[in-house]
Design a protein around this ligand. Structure first.
Ligand SMILES: [Zn+2]
Length: 195
């Protein structure tokens, strides 16, 4: 779903400071407070805004991080990922096109890095792994880069297909349900298929 210029400005303003009030955002973007309110709730509902939280400084908190890459057979990768998702030291996990997993892990003490290496060694499906400790942080921004022309890509809530264009909407109470086609709409709403 395409975002207009005001959506983009609101995302930029909120990305740099998630604690601003709707009034403060309205002043910066030069739109009305109700416009901000309805646009923000729309962006939240579409999942473009995941939430609001404090941006903590890992190193200032005395923690250290490591970048971990893991190689496993393609058929084993999701099982490996599943086990690692439960590990508290794993803070971020990315599935790479190379077929590897990349993790950003954070440790509250150095001996925990060794403990984690031991746990990796105990996962039989892991063919190979590499742990590199982070020794300095050059840049650490949110991954989302807010530029004009952004679109929200949402899964159809009936078939799961990723939708870039204008989805069909159904209201369910206060919630909006997004669907990719009249066919999915019919299945979702339980309407007769017309034959
Ligand atoms: Zn669909």
């Amino acid at each position: 779903m395409s975002l207009d210029g005001n959506d983009i400005r609101i995302l930029q303003v909120l990305q740099s400071n998630g604690r601003l009030s709707f009034r403060q955002i309205a002043e910066k973007v030069k739109v009305s407070v109700p416009t901000v309110s309805s646009k923000v709730s729309n962006l939240e509902r579409m999942g473009a805004i995941r939430g609001y939280r404090a941006n903590l400084d890992t190193e200032r908190l005395g923690e250290m991080s490591a970048v971990v890459t893991i190689k496993a057979r393609p058929s084993d990768l999701s099982a490996v990922a599943q086990r690692l998702l439960e590990d508290d030291v794993v803070r971020q996990m990315f599935f790479l096109s190379s077929g590897r997993l990349m993790l950003i892990c954070t440790f509250t003490s150095t001996h925990l890095i060794n403990d984690f290496a031991v746990r990796l060694g105990e996962i039989p499906e892991i063919v190979e792994y590499d742990i590199a400790n982070v020794i300095g942080v050059g840049k650490e921004e949110d991954r989302a880069s807010v530029v004009p022309g952004l679109q929200v890509v949402m899964p159809c809530q009936q078939c799961g297909r990723q939708m870039r264009d204008h989805p069909l909407k159904v209201r369910e109470g206060t919630e909006e349900i997004y669907l990719c086609s009249p066919a999915c709409m019919n299945v979702y709403t339980g309407a007769p298929s017309g034959r």
